[in-house]
Write a new protein. Structure first.
Length: 231
């Protein structure tokens, strides 16, 4: 395969650094308006933090033509940020959803409106485009799906176990309405969590399937030696 030009490598590196900066900007705005201890109880924030911690080193790896982020790690953050985007747009910001928070979200203005879009729309889209355009197809393995799912499942357990120990006052003791035991009770909440787990499993398998069948673009591999061992 011919050597990829330096300007192209620099552009991909800058793009990945911009993804990390976008995530950090959104998190910083949230922490400037709300207590950080509360901010970091949200899956959105934790996922965007993981994006920043993954894509900042990825930018350096790209620039120096080092081995890319292992597919196990890359796929995990990809799945989580896609979940973030889909849940926000299909559930939380959707008036037709039983768990809609569109009224509260619509009340966000100024910097908070910006952070909302950065964390829920911009990072999911830019990370997905990075995967499609700048990574080598076929690196994900079917076994990765189970490993990736440990992250959203661990978060669900954290949110449900943390809730009862929080004071029963606004805001809700649970970070998301579909995990709000106070509002829905344990049976309904656990059923919702199970349905979400099944949906996330299907999504993980779909990402792996797409990864194996998406086209190999001429320039989505930075150099002939830039592949890491599959894990």
């Amino acid at each position: 395969m011919p050597e990829i030009s330096r300007p192209y490598v620099a552009a991909v590196s800058a793009y990945r650094l911009l993804i990390a900066a976008t995530a950090v900007t959104g998190i910083t705005i949230e922490c400037a308006h709300f207590p950080p201890a509360r901010v970091f109880t949200y899956f959105t924030i934790l996922t965007n933090a993981a994006i920043a911690l993954t894509f900042a080193p990825a930018a350096y790896r790209t620039r120096t033509r080092r081995r890319p982020v292992p597919p196990l790690v890359y796929g995990a953050v990809l799945l989580c940020i896609v979940i973030t985007g889909l849940v926000y747009h299909l559930v939380l910001a959707n008036d037709a959803s039983d768990f809609s928070e569109s009224e509260a979200l619509g009340a966000r203005t100024g910097a908070l409106a910006v952070s909302n879009q950065l964390l829920h729309t911009v990072t999911p889209l830019t990370v997905t485009l990075d995967w499609l355009l700048f990574t080598t197809p076929g690196r994900f393995r079917w076994r990765h799906a189970c490993q990736w799912l440990l992250l959203p499942l661990a978060y669900c357990a954290f949110a449900l176990l943390r809730g009862p120990f929080q004071p029963p006052a606004p805001p809700s003791r649970y970070p998301y309405p579909f995990l709000d035991v106070d509002a829905h009770g344990y049976p309904a909440t656990l059923l919702t969590a199970l349905l979400l787990a099944l949906a996330f499993t299907a999504l993980a398998l779909l990402l792996i399937l797409l990864d194996h069948h998406r086209p190999h673009l001429p320039r989505n591999r930075i150099s002939p030696t830039a592949r890491s061992p599959l894990k």
